[in-house]
Design a protein. Structure first.
Length: 300
């Protein structure tokens, strides 16, 4: 309408979880409205909007409004005990249909974030992972549970992975807060991740050393007959079998099975000694920049 709104005060804003349904957004706003140059009145705009998560035809999660119920009441001045009254003219002064349109626009940004969840995520220049929802999220009193399947790609090709040997279930919540995020990763997820990195050659490294074939020949006489010219000595590490990840209560370990080749480099690497090396290292489990609209997630 042509009324001028000269003040906006949000008195309440909450987002609640409705089990077996979705989310409920509740907003109360006090509006200072000037219908005429000499008068100003306060109107209470209350909005209840329900949303649910579904999978769209493209396989992405999407927040969709299922209901929107705005109401408008005129609030009297304090001299009149702050009483409220409804008037047939109140709804004419504020277009409540446009209010629901504006509420639906609030979903644009979270839906963009949900779509980015399924976009390929680069790990190395040639290795990517991609999450794909397996089904629509489940709403319960404990939160929102989303099951995601991970696909690993190396040089644009999907890496075939073995089926997880054991069923994967969510752990007990680590927080009693009413607003928290739990991400659970299985051993199979991490083993598959390192397998994809192995396929991409991410762990194959060549390290220069301060030694040369001439300095080694002073200790190992056979070196002089192998290399007539002085060449730098290099260390080259490659995987001889896939890494393994072991998850236990409160800790995790990464087992690496390497073969280290000692050889002469420049122009081409020529190995003259190979050593098998087994390593076990503590693994820090974490994820960066996790901005999701869920309070529980299972990633396999």
């Amino acid at each position: 309408s042509r009324n001028q709104i000269n003040s906006v005060k949000v008195t309440e804003l909450s987002l609640a979880l409705i089990p077996d349904a979705g989310l409920r957004l509740s907003i109360d706003v006090d509006l200072g409205v000037t219908p005429a140059p000499s008068t100003t009145k306060v109107m209470r705009l209350s909005i209840l909007a329900d949303f649910h998560l579904e999978m769209n035809p493209e396989g992405n999660l999407e927040l969709v409004p299922s209901a929107c119920r705005p109401t408008v009441e005129e609030t009297q001045s304090s001299e009149q005990q702050d009483s409220k009254s409804s008037s047939p003219d109140v709804d004419k002064e504020i277009d409540i249909d446009k209010i629901c349109l504006e509420v639906s626009k609030l979903l644009l940004f979270p839906n963009e974030r949900l779509m980015s969840l399924t976009a390929p995520f680069p790990i190395t220049p040639s290795c990517q992972l991609q999450y794909q929802p397996l089904a629509a999220p489940v709403f319960s009193e404990q939160g929102i549970t989303v099951s995601l399947q991970t696909t690993f790609q190396v040089a644009g090709m999907a890496v075939p992975l073995p089926v997880s040997p054991v069923p994967f279930s969510m752990p007990e919540p680590a927080s009693s807060s009413s607003s928290h995020l739990t991400l659970a990763f299985s051993e199979h997820f991490y083993t598959s991740l390192f397998f994809a990195l192995e396929m991409a050659g991410a762990f194959n490294v060549t390290v220069p050393s301060p030694l040369t074939t001439t300095t080694l020949a002073q200790k190992i006489t056979q070196m002089g007959s192998l290399f007539q010219e002085d060449r730098p000595v290099m260390l080259q590490a490659v995987f001889r079998s896939s890494p393994r990840v072991l998850l236990e209560e409160g800790k995790a370990a990464l087992q690496l099975f390497l073969t280290v080749h000692v050889g002469a480099g420049s122009p081409a690497f020529q190995s003259f000694l190979s050593v098998n090396v087994d390593m076990s290292a503590g693994l820090l489990l974490g994820i960066a920049d996790t901005r999701m609209l869920i309070s529980a997630a299972a990633i396999e």
